[in-house]
Design a protein around this ligand. Structure first.
Ligand code: NAI
Length: 386
């Protein structure tokens, strides 16, 4: 590494949730420094965040357009290398597109856009720009998820028959959007969140996890969405049947009204020769079964994990018994994203493990998932193609 990559951020102002996670994770491995940002919709709060982060006040901006103009005016060796878009959903598309068109690499939060049409347009912008685009589906960056993917690729559980993925939470069981929760307010507003509520917010993570681990594509969906909380404008719960490629079948359940559930993303994959099970709330262990034999528990940090899966070994920092989780998963995506930028800057091809982070393809799939789920549910859970 000849120098740290220079990061800019949009969003992540005072009281925001995910921007701070990005900042901590991006800096975890010492490869990235944060040098600029438009951190809040309110320019005063953006300034306040810049002070908290001890960023040069000249590089703390009040809005995106000014940030792009002023960053482009700087010499190339001072300018940001990439920007992370950590704002509510409706702003991802215009902000990401503007930075790509100005020649910057982009890391963007999910869901990528508000519609498939916007997602396809962003795909064209990525292709034209020749810049690196990352999408923060952090759950596929856990080492044991990468191990599961490689086990399946290596044929350990045989042909996949059934995929069961769940993502229940309980934090929207009451109308938090009417009780002053900044995060609940925009998530339940169709103009800001998009066509789906719960399914867009966390159902997309579940779908992405299922497709990443299995290597299969969700082809058709029969979805039943519900809004349980009175007056809420978007779904807060949903159940889907899935038809995946190669004849596999599946179930996907996501909910934000399941009291007692915190962030209980979990997946079971059943093949002809065995099964794999992973739980986000206990992410350091992977359960592997074969017929008539005791359950194996593979534990993160052991040499046998890295020997089985290069990607899982690379995604591990601490020895066994010292848990790694959410922040490290974000950091893993940042490492691979940064290494891909470095490779491109050096006019080299990034390796397969360096390229192992979600991007524009997963973003388009996520939007197709949302639109299919909403359409199916409107049609009494009719089978709907993605
Ligand atoms: P939040 O409401 O906590 O924070 C949003 C921030 O963006 C605020 O500081 C707000 O002032 C700022 N902002 C809004 N418009 C802006 C603009 N035009 N320019 C500059 N700043 C602007 O929202 P939260 O929960 O942090 O979510 C942000 C995004 O991250 C969403 O797209 C969400 O889906 C995603 N997310 C992803 C997670 C993951 O696990 N990958 C977890 C939580 C959120």
């Amino acid at each position: 590494m000849d120098r740290k990559l220079r990061m800019g951020m949009i969003g992540g102002g005072p009281g925001a949730f995910i921007g701070d996670v990005h900042r901590k994770a991006a800096r975890l491995d010492g490869q990235i420094e944060i040098v600029a940002g438009a951190f809040d919709i309110d320019p005063k709060k953006s300034k306040q965040m810049g002070q908290e982060l001890a960023i040069n006040p000249k590089r703390v901006y009040g809005d995106v357009a000014t940030m792009i103009e002023k960053e482009l005016a700087l010499p190339e060796d001072e300018r940001i290398d990439f920007v992370s878009v950590c704002t509510p959903n409706h702003t991802h598309f215009p902000i990401a597109k503007a930075f790509l068109e100005a020649g910057f690499n982009v890391m963007c939060e999910k869901p990528m856009t508000l519609s498939v049409a916007e997602a396809e347009e962003l795909k064209v912008a990525v292709q034209k720009s020749k810049k690196v685009f990352g999408l923060m589906h952090n759950y596929t960056a856990y080492p044991m998820v990468k191990l599961a993917k490689d086990m399946i690729k290596q044929g350990d559980i045989g042909k996949i028959r059934k995929v069961i993925v769940q993502y229940p939470q309980g934090w929207l069981a009451r109308a938090a959007e009417k009780e002053g929760s900044q995060q609940a307010e925009w998530r339940t507003d169709p103009k800001k969140s998009g066509a789906a509520g719960c399914m867009g917010d966390i159902g997309t993570h579940a779908a992405n996890l299922a497709e990443y681990i299995t290597g299969l594509a969700i082809k058709e969906i029969a979805a039943d969405l519900t809004t349980f909380v009175k007056g809420r404008r978007l779904d807060d719960d949903g159940s889907c049947l899935l038809r995946l490629s190669k004849g596999a079948k599946g179930l996907l359940h996501a909910s934000q009204v399941s009291i007692g559930q915190e962030n209980n993303l979990a997946i079971w994959i059943h093949g002809e020769d065995g099964s794999i099970e992973w739980h986000q709330e206990h992410p350091n262990w992977l359960y592997v079964d074969s017929l008539g034999a005791p359950t194996q528990i593979w534990k993160r940090g052991n040499d046998y994990v890295g020997e089985k899966s290069e990607a899982a070994g690379r995604a591990t920092r601490l020895p066994f018994g010292h848990p790694e989780a959410f922040l490290e998963a974000f950091a893993n995506n940042y490492c691979n994203f940064a290494d891909t930028i470095r490779a491109k800057n050096a006019k080299k091809k990034p390796t397969d493990v360096e390229k192992d982070f979600p991007g524009i393809k997963e973003g388009v799939l996520g939007m197709k998932f949302i639109e299919a789920v909403v359409e199916s549910s409107k049609n009494n859970a009719a089978w709907t193609k993605l």
